[in-house]
Design a binder for this molecule. Structure first.
Ligand code: GLA
Length: 399
């Protein structure tokens, strides 16, 4: 059996959540007592228990240096999610469509080799130390200039050449989930400070929740996110999926996909997803920003305060009826439509990973924040612990 040891800070967050749940349940129980009696209470308690995922662990493969890679399966009454220790990656998420047919809704590979050979997609990974781009791979903290690897068109992408997506994380099972831990040494990929990152995946009923927690021993910059590619039909294109992004502004980019620093309104542009719109409806529009990125690959400025839970996105797939709702405490979301998928690699069911066969909703701080003082800061100082939470909820919608 697993031991349920966990980080104190995460435990405090969970304790708060649990006490809210308990208080809510007590109110419901009082109501039920007066309304329908003991049988109903027992039924509701059984359902609540069943909603928490069962957790099992197995071996997924071995790294070239002999390090074992484990995979954890979280199984609730509604969803099965598998997460491996290489890159703390989501390998599969199985949910029912509107007819009850189960399908895998994320792109990936059936074996570790596929992930090791793929150096460009970041399928399912936690990316870091800095998710998305840093201009020219350079930034300054307290007057000291730091240089991190340039690995994308003259810029630094997703933490450098050996980012967090390519490392094997330590892991242990927790109640309903798995907690992954990575200690990135001072100077790792050029970033200052020893960074300790805890990423906890937990599954309750139809919601896969990711809790991030980071601390450092020297001032550094950090921006962790999850890079899962969703395909809610289980195969084929994502262009018919209908997307809502509750954001009034976005961060346009230069030709090398670095934010210009402006935060224009989405009004009257193909970036206006305030009303549900098919991804393909405007992706080919005569728009400079769409041309630069070959589709959508931009950061949307979410409404509400940084740190408060808000809706980041809702996606409805008319073919399967599946609905994905994303909430986050992060200030932005990178909506990426798989523009660089080139069809040369094949997935778990032998499907081609072609352009626009998956979309990402990377909840995050804005790209290149270290070089934009007006953006919400990604600076992390010693003595601070930064938490953030993103939840992916799966449901269905009738025709
Ligand atoms: C992010 C970036 C994209 C691309 C993918 C990985 O979403 O914004 O430009 O690099 O990662 O292929």
């Amino acid at each position: 059996m697993f031991t349920y040891s966990c980080d104190d800070r995460l435990a405090a967050v969970l304790a708060r959540t649990n006490s809210q749940v308990i208080q809510g349940n007590m109110k419901r129980i009082e109501g039920l007592l007066t309304m329908r009696g003991l049988r109903v209470i027992l039924l509701s308690m059984t359902t609540a228990l069943a909603a928490h995922a069962a957790v099992t662990k197995a071996t997924f493969g071995t790294m070239p240096d002999g390090t074992a890679v484990d995979i954890y399966t979280l199984k609730s009454d509604a969803v099965e999610a598998r997460i491996m220790t290489y890159g703390a990656r989501v390998v599969s998420i199985k949910t029912a469509d509107r007819d009850g047919k189960i399908g895998d809704v994320v792109l990936g590979y059936s074996a570790l080799d596929g992930y090791l050979a793929d150096l460009s997609t970041y399928f399912g990974a936690v990316v870091g130390r800095y998710g998305n781009r840093i201009a020219n791979g350079a930034f300054t903290i307290d007057g000291h200039e730091y240089h991190v690897p340039i690995n994308n068109n003259g810029q630094s992408l997703h933490g450098g050449i050996v980012g967090f997506d390519r490392l094997v994380w330590q892991a242990h099972a927790v109640n309903g989930g798995v907690e992954m831990t990575l200690v990135s040494k001072d100077g790792d990929q050029g970033y200052p400070g020893t960074l300790t990152a805890h990423v906890r995946y937990s599954l309750v009923h139809n919601a896969l929740r990711i809790d991030y927690s980071v601390s450092t021993d020297k001032a550094t910059v950090v921006n962790l996110t999850n890079h899962s590619y969703f395909n809610l039909s289980g195969d084929g294109t994502i262009l018919n999926d209908e997307v809502t992004l509750p954001a009034d502004h976005y961060t346009p980019v230069t030709k090398v996909l670095i934010p210009t620093g402006e935060l224009p309104s989405v009004e009257g542009t193909p970036f206006d997803f305030r009303k549900s719109t098919a991804i393909g409806a405007r992706i080919g529009a005569d728009n400079e920003q769409l041309k630069i990125a070959g589709g959508y690959d931009h950061n949307w400025v979410l409404r509400g305060k940084n740190g408060e839970t808000k809706t980041a996105a809702r996606v409805y797939d008319p073919a399967s009826g599946r609905v994905l709702t994303v909430t986050t405490t992060e200030p932005g979301v990178q909506f990426y439509t798989g523009n660089f998928l080139d069809g040369t690699k094949y997935g778990k069911a032998g499907e081609s990973h072609a352009k626009n066969t998956g979309f990402c909703l990377e909840t995050q701080h804005y790209p290149d924040s270290p070089n934009h003082p007006a953006f919400p800061t990604t600076l992390l100082k010693p003595g601070e612990t930064r938490h953030s939470t993103t939840t992916f909820t799966f449901s269905t919608h009738a025709k």
